[in-house]
Design a protein around this ligand. Structure first.
Ligand SMILES: Nc1ncnc2c1ncn2[C@@H]1O[C@H](COP(=O)(O)OP(=O)(O)OP(=O)(O)O)[C@@H](O)[C@H]1O
Ligand SMILES: [Mg+2]
Length: 322
């Protein structure tokens, strides 16, 4: 059996705007996810992270490309996936406040996916499953009869995780699951996510704009800029030898705690220029106008992704030496 659970090939998601303009939110992204691993997908606001997530769970139709999952192409199925396919890929959204219905008790919210995906369950069986889900995320079973407003942000987010687990998924997309939470609570939610992953053999696509968070959580990291991937590498390799000028810029602005980390950090690179609009992506490399290492070719030709060491890929003309 292949180690790969998901293979995204040349995925594009374009949005047509009224005035005949097109937003290239995701533009030729290829990614792979292995069973039981965490891939950190990192990018600034507007880089297309959520759009990738929404296409993967079937909320948006892909414009082009393939999403290979367990032998089938989900991109071909578009929005018409089987119930089983829908259950197997789940998502946890950024804001636990708005993703839970405030008028429903936690029990009712957790029962919704059970009613859809596990139709044969009796009422007592559903209650038992609700309790099991609460226990899985480390919350007391009494929480079943609470309303979301009576809980803290971290607890609400753990409920969202429980709801995602209700359908026995194999792949969970975490779309900035802790960025709305206080730092102390963030750590608690992350540690629960890590435990659950091991217990349930889950694969995670962990979306974040917080690169430093990925150091301890991700097996591999992929960097997205204006809908395109810049670099992809195993986490340790990534932090030790960042290659893409954009990655180096991002890493140089992360605060570090120890002198060892300070030594590894690239020299401070001052970010220049604005992030262009995805309606008007510059020709060639999307980053060239902000890049301090720009070559003449960078404004003319779009670079291709190359593997420079095992598992370490970079999409940059600087590494195009033959
Ligand atoms: N339904 C839509 N119609 C038109 N444009 C959209 C739509 N959804 C997203 N976009 C645009 O696509 C680009 C990528 O958006 P997306 O929400 O995927 O970014 P993101 O990386 O998740 O950002 P954030 O960190 O702010 O959540 C943005 O320019 C956004 O304005
Ligand atoms: Mg987003």
């Amino acid at each position: 059996m292949s180690d790969k659970i998901l293979e995204i090939k040349h995925l594009k998601k374009y949005f047509a705007l009224k005035n005949r303009l097109v937003v290239k939110a995701v533009d030729d992204v290829s990614l792979e996810l292995n069973r039981g691993e965490t891939l950190g997908l990192v990018g600034e606001s507007g880089s297309g992270k959520s759009t990738i997530a929404y296409v993967l769970v079937g909320m948006y139709e892909a414009t082009e490309g393939e999403i290979l999952y367990k032998g089938g192409d989900l991109a071909k199925a578009g929005l018409y996936r089987t119930l089983k396919q829908k259950g197997e890929i789940q998502i946890v959204f950024q804001d636990p406040g708005s993703s839970l219905n405030p008028k429903r008790t936690i029990r009712k919210s957790l029962m919704v996916p059970l009613q859809v995906h596990d139709r044969g369950l009796s009422k007592p069986q559903m209650d038992a499953r609700v309790e099991e889900l609460l226990e899985a995320v480390g919350l007391p079973v009494e929480f079943a009869d609470k309303y979301p407003r009576a809980m803290g942000g971290g607890e609400r987010q753990l409920i969202s995780v429980a709801r995602a687990l209700a359908t026995h998924p194999s792949l969970v997309i975490l779309d900035e699951p802790t960025s709305a939470l206080d730092v102390s609570i963030q750590a608690k939610v992350i540690s629960k996510l890590v435990t659950l992953q091991k217990e349930l053999m889950l694969s995670y696509l962990f979306i974040t704009h917080d690169l430093s968070l990925m150091r301890n959580v991700a097996d591999r990291v992929a960097i997205l800029y204006l809908g395109r991937l810049c670099e992809q590498a195993p986490t340790a390799d990534f932090f030790e030898k960042p290659l893409h000028p954009y990655t180096r810029m991002l890493l140089s602005s992360i605060p570090v705690a120890t002198s060892e980390e300070e030594e590894l950090k690239p020299a401070k690179i001052i970010s220049t220029g604005e992030i262009p609009s995805p309606v008007n992506v510059p020709p060639g490399c999307a980053f060239h106008q902000r890049c301090k290492d720009m070559l003449p070719v960078c404004s003319a030709e779009r670079p291709v992704m190359r593997e420079v060491s095992p598992g370490h890929q970079v999409c940059c003309h600087l590494y195009n030496a033959n």
